[in-house]
Design a protein. Structure first.
Length: 391
């Protein structure tokens, strides 16, 4: 089961779903440099292409071996790497029925001193069966893509209470289908610098500047854009088991060939660790994101509310749930109307750890999109059973 990933976009609280919003399944800690696991699953998907009409359902048999390496190569340098192969076989799919996807991740972190460090990572993905489908595409559209994300940060203290962090992110998308690639192939670069000051031992004030460039491979003169952000906020340890973080600010967006725009920017999140192995997180984000139909829309104005819960029922059984609700508005190009849209993603899972090596999970995921543009509507249900062996 592929699950919710909440990606921190240059702050502790900037949350966006990458591929899907599903209940997180806990993983076992191997406690050694090399670790291996293999997962097998059976899933039923009611709408494998995410089509608004003519949905195709299928049972999917998956095998996913993975290898991880985590080690301190020196007293000051940490290195990690992983490779995941995902093999998915569909019993009902037009065209190729067996698809192979690949994920390769590498990271190196080095501490120059106790207060100065650098962290670099790279995530390369070949995705043949994307779980987060693109709305508004014709039925049976091949949405396979390749992506590469490079992240880097440098942090240093400038006083006993203050530090500065410089961060860089570069994200490249390349779609396999020529028509889709002509519309959506792009590079997103994000640069930022932030400073924090410890007002109290439990409270840090934060100021931040970010610059983003989005450059499309084709027809960039009508689709490219850049943004500047100014943000202020705080990270607060409210209590022993409660943390909160927030950023408020403004975005100035320049669009090539279209109207420029200004917009508020909001990131809020909180976490409550209410028992061992149990927690709840919740948050809200208001921002502009890319649309899957760049011919009609320049951007999507998103309000994103999310809640994630993990609860240890016993020492061996964990329940988890996640819900993401997104009232949004697609910003129409000149002469075209804006379109209102609501997206709901729900995931629940139950995981049983019979031994230190085995994990068995049952999961259910639900996606629903209601839109003023009928071609973008979606209903999708997935339920599955996964067994994972680690060694």
């Amino acid at each position: 089961m592929k699950f919710l990933r909440l990606s921190l976009v240059f702050a502790l609280a900037a949350v966006r779903p990458v591929w899907a919003v599903y209940a997180p399944i806990p993983e076992q800690d191997q406690g050694k440099a090399w670790s291996f696991d293999v997962a097998g699953s059976v899933t039923h998907d009611s709408n494998i292409f995410g089509a608004p009409t003519g949905a195709i359902s299928s049972t999917i048999y998956s095998l996913a071996p993975k290898v991880d390496f985590n080690a301190s190569v020196t007293d000051q340098t940490f290195l990690s790497a992983s490779y995941l192969l995902s093999l998915d076989h569909f019993n009902n799919r037009p065209g190729k029925k067996t698809l192979d996807s690949h994920t390769l991740i590498g990271r190196v972190a080095h501490a120059f001193t106790q207060s100065t460090n650098v962290d670099l990572s790279d995530n390369f993905l070949v995705q043949k069966n994307p779980e987060s489908v693109l709305n508004g595409l014709p039925v049976n559209t091949d949405q396979s893509f390749k992506s590469n994300e490079v992240d880097g940060s440098f942090t240093t203290d400038i006083s006993p209470k203050a530090d500065v962090t410089v961060k860089v992110r570069s994200l490249i998308f390349r779609y396999d289908a020529a028509r889709l690639g002509a519309d959506l192939d792009r590079t997103e670069n994000l640069y930022g610098v932030s400073g924090s000051y410890a007002v109290l031992p439990e409270l840090k004030a934060v100021g931040e500047y970010r610059h983003q460039d989005i450059d499309y491979t084709d027809a960039g003169s009508t689709k490219d854009k850049s943004s500047n952000y100014l943000l202020a906020g705080a990270d607060y340890n409210v209590a022993k088991k409660v943390t909160a973080s927030g950023r408020l600010g403004y975005e100035w967006r320049h669009r090539d060939g279209e109207r420029n725009d200004t917009s508020p920017y909001v990131e809020l999140t909180t976490k409550y660790d209410y028992a061992p192995g149990s927690y709840v997180t919740a948050g809200y984000v208001y921002t502009l994101e890319e649309s899957s139909n760049v011919t009609l829309y320049t951007d999507t104005q998103v309000n994103r509310f999310f809640v994630n819960v993990q609860h240890a029922l016993t020492g061996l059984i964990t329940a988890s749930a996640s819900i993401d609700w997104e009232p949004s508005q697609l910003q129409g190009r000149r002469g075209l109307p804006d379109v209102d849209e609501n997206t709901t993603r729900l995931g629940v899972a139950l995981t049983y750890l019979p031994t230190k090596n085995w994990a068995i999970s049952a999961s259910y995921d639900y996606d629903k999109v209601s839109s003023d543009d009928a071609a973008r509507e979606l209903d999708r249900n997935r339920m599955g059973l996964t067994a994972r062996y680690s060694f």
